[in-house]
Design a protein around this ligand. Structure first.
Ligand code: SAH
Length: 302
């Protein structure tokens, strides 16, 4: 199998190396497999997605014996189910170079140079969300470019960073400090790798944590591609109206959820600058403080 690519290039055509992910074998385990236990899972182990009290163990080859061999298996841990996918099926499409506005997103196994007007982002999505194919990610990147046109941002928060794609993009557009937060340890590992791949260790800090525990006040841009209630929580916490509040990119919203968020935006005296929708299913909103003098283009681009 080859990794197909949205630009019509194929890996292994002389433009780079091969996609490290082909077939995925996923084992659903009841109980949380701890980080120290992961060392026992062998070379085919790719990562552990923990969701409440379940662990989804990802492998590049069948590894049931390894999973059943975990010392706590049968006591604290129980193998519930196994799944097999191709990597493309899991990611919802082929991972390859893709263009989103001025961004060129390239996996590390391909060496594709950006055109002079493009911002290149190297991204290894591994098995977590944020490969650049999902409409919310794409619309967040468009919103980010537009937010930059409203004025430079220094301090950016990326809540629910996944692969770190938006955090890296904000840094590429000139942010001085970016804090990227996710509740999922596998996202933290993946996002840190992507920060390194883009030589942005000095700018982007990736931290494990919940969006609702993250102080918002110092940021001048907050990006939140999150479940609806977590997005609502961001708005609730923007607080003090007498201060200029950060620009926000709010996404991950279905139709009725977007309606609720629009009402909250009005309720807290913010201004909806622009919204994107994908087939009236996924919504992304760019919000500014009503006090902000919003005139895109007046400050120039990165
Ligand atoms: N920012 C990326 C990924 C978005 S997917 C993109 O735009 O493509 C949403 C991410 O939010 C997932 O990685 C999930 O683990 C994380 N998440 C969900 N609820 C969260 C919460 N309450 N606090 C922090 N992260 C959360």
């Amino acid at each position: 199998m080859t990794c197909t690519t949205p630009l019509g290039l194929e890996e292994g055509t002389g433009k780079g190396g091969s996609c490290p992910y082909q077939d995925l074998h996923v084992y659903m385990v009841e109980g949380v497999v701890e980080r120290e236990e992961e060392a026992e899972l062998g070379n085919a182990f790719l990562g552990n997605w923990v969701e409440e009290r379940w662990s989804f163990l990802f492998f590049s080859a069948p590894s049931e014996a390894k999973v059943l061999g975990l010392p706590r298996m049968g006591s604290d841990l129980k193998l519930l189910d196994t799944y097999a996918f191709t990597y493309d099926q899991w990611q919802g499409g082929g991972i390859g170079p893709s263009r989103i506005g001025h961004f060129l997103i390239v996996p590390p196994w391909l060496s594709i140079e950006a055109a002079p007007w493009e911002q290149r982002i190297v991204l290894d999505p591994g098995v977590v969300f944020g490969n650049g194919l999902h409409p919310t990610t794409r619309d967040c990147l468009s919103a980010l470019s537009m937010a930059r046109d409203y004025g430079a941002f220094e301090e950016v928060l990326d809540l629910g960073t996944g692969t770190g794609i938006l955090a890296v993009a904000a840094a590429v557009l000139g942010a001085r400090r970016v804090t990227a937060v996710d509740i999922n340890p596998l996202c933290i590992k993946t996002a840190r790798k992507n920060v390194q791949l883009n030589d942005l260790d000095g700018i982007v800090k990736v931290m494990e944590g919940r969006a609702d525990e993250c102080p918002l006040t110092d940021a001048d841009l907050v990006m939140a591609n999150l479940p609806h209630q977590a997005v609502a929580g961001v708005l609730d916490r923007l607080g003090d109206r007498s201060r200029k509040r950060p620009r926000c990119i709010l996404s991950g919203l279905m139709r009725s959820e977007a309606r609720d968020i629009r009402e909250r935006i009005r309720g807290c005296g913010l201004r909806l600058e622009r919204e994107w929708d994908h087939e009236m299913t996924w919504y992304t909103l760019l919000v500014t403080d009503a006090k902000e003098d919003a005139s895109p283009g007046c400050t120039g681009k990165a």
